[in-house]
Design a binder for this molecule. Structure first.
Ligand code: NZQ
Ligand code: ZN
Length: 391
């Protein structure tokens, strides 16, 4: 293991079909005023809202509802949430939903008592909070981002055409998260598969870096194999509890900092995907899948050993007698086959990206150096072109 690091994760998880019964115990730990944050209303249709309200009532909480968190939450919505949290002096923000709702809750948590513009402070200048932080808890309803056990908070500013994630520290991570796989059964198929690819890509972003023998890579391979296996079952039968529960647990471990330990980590697919998202407001996981194949084929020669290992260990390619290049290409071909099978986007043209956006998207793509190759702006444009024309 390279580098020096510390590891802890402050989020307490409650997992399983009965996990919501633990909400009452958690609620006892906080004051009487709870801000209940959720999205566009799916939780009212599938009964999750009723479960949560019941626990809040039984705990005697005063509830301030903050609905309408959109996918890819905006800075305007963040300002609205801050107002509700501050004016009512809430003691806890309970986020019920997917990554958007939980990310937004973390944004409100650090911003409500911040006297500066939180967009400038946290997302543009990437400063850490030095004001009161409101604790966040979550009830997860959609699997993918890992937001239930990490400090990530991604906010979109449509005016500035920027989508930026700030990874906050332990003090902002959810205090607790309730993970009931059954709550995810009603997620629309498009969102489910986007979430599955998001999980897979989080693992890739950490795996495709470094050349040392590293525990994190072996854990990553195990997680990837389970995502592939469970996803194949879940797309055929979304109500397969075993598959959905495995996906839920995989997603949490894919991005709760464990498999980043001892790794430089890449994250360039996410940087391009987020810039595409800022221009198109497309579903996060689909922006990633659409740029992944051109990206990985481009960086493959710089990390050929890892790509050959990926083929053998993750995809079960029989690499005997192959050159490293042949093995690496065979691995990416298997990945493409799987992506087609589960039905994720392979082209940014699927969700309205147009050629006149390429320069702007490339300009707002952050270039990172932890992967096998730092891209040039021209290479980002090439990747976008290849994705746009991908058949
Ligand atoms: O708005 P509601 O009604 O909740 O509907 C949502 C939304 O339309 C729906 N949904 C969620 N659970 C459901 C359900 N529909 C029916 N039944 C259920 N049980 O699904 C849609 C998508 O939800 P959303 O929360 O937007 O999806 P996701 O979890 O993929 O979150 C995406 C956001 O997270 C950010 C993304 O950039 C994006 O803004 N990310 C956060 C990360 C983090 N915190 O570390 C990392 C990720 O890489 C990602 O960037
Ligand atoms: Zn992601």
């Amino acid at each position: 293991m390279l580098g020096n690091f510390s590891y802890s994760n402050p989020t307490r998880l409650y997992f399983g079909e009965d996990s919501v019964s633990f909400l009452a115990d958690e609620l006892k730990k906080y004051g009487p005023k709870v801000m209940l944050t959720y999205g566009g209303g799916s939780i009212k249709k599938n009964g999750v809202y009723d479960d949560v309200i019941k626990a809040l009532r039984e705990a005697g909480k005063e509830v301030f509802e903050d609905p309408g968190v959109m996918s890819n939450p905006t800075v305007q919505k963040l300002y609205e949430g801050c107002k509700i949290a501050r004016e009512n002096n809430v003691d806890l923000i309970l986020a019920v939903g997917g990554g958007s709702t939980i990310d937004y809750a973390k944004g409100v948590s650090v911003s409500a008592w911040c006297d500066e513009d939180p967009w400038d402070k946290y997302y543009l200048r990437m400063e850490e909070p030095d004001n009161r932080i409101i604790p966040v808890g979550s009830v997860l309803t959609m699997v993918g981002t890992g937001s239930e056990m990490n400090g990530g908070s991604v906010i979109t500013n449509h005016e500035q055409k920027m989508k930026i994630g700030h990874v906050f520290g332990d003090n902002v991570m959810p205090k607790f998260s309730i993970l009931n796989p059954r709550y995810t059964f009603t997620v629309p198929k498009y969102q489910m598969t986007a979430g599955i690819y998001d999980i897979f890509n989080h693992i890739c972003e950490q795996y495709f870096s470094g050349e040392d023998d590293n525990t994190s890579d072996y854990i990553a391979e195990g997680l990837m194999k389970n995502v592939i296996n469970a996803s194949r079952i879940a797309v055929k039968n979304p109500e397969d509890y075993e598959a959905r529960s495995n996906l839920m647990w995989d997603a949490t471990w894919a991005l709760n900092t464990l498999i980043a330990k001892g790794k430089s980590t890449d994250w360039e697919v996410h940087m391009i995907g987020q810039a595409v998202g800022a221009y198109t407001d497309a579903t996060h996981g689909m922006t990633l899948s659409a740029v992944s194949l051109p990206y990985y084929r481009r960086v493959m020669p710089y990390g050929i050993d890892k790509f050959a290992r990926f083929a053998k260990e993750v995809w079960g390619v029989d690499t005997y007698g192959m050159t490293k290049e042949e093995a690496a290409n065979a691995g990416i071909a298997e990945m493409e086959k799987w992506m087609r099978e589960i039905g994720v986007s392979l082209s940014i043209s699927d969700f309205g990206a147009t050629e006149d956006m390429f320069e702007g998207i490339a300009d707002s793509t952050f270039i990172l150096e932890g992967g096998y190759k730092a891209l040039t702006k021209d290479e980002v444009v090439e990747i976008l072109k290849e994705s746009y024309n991908y058949k």
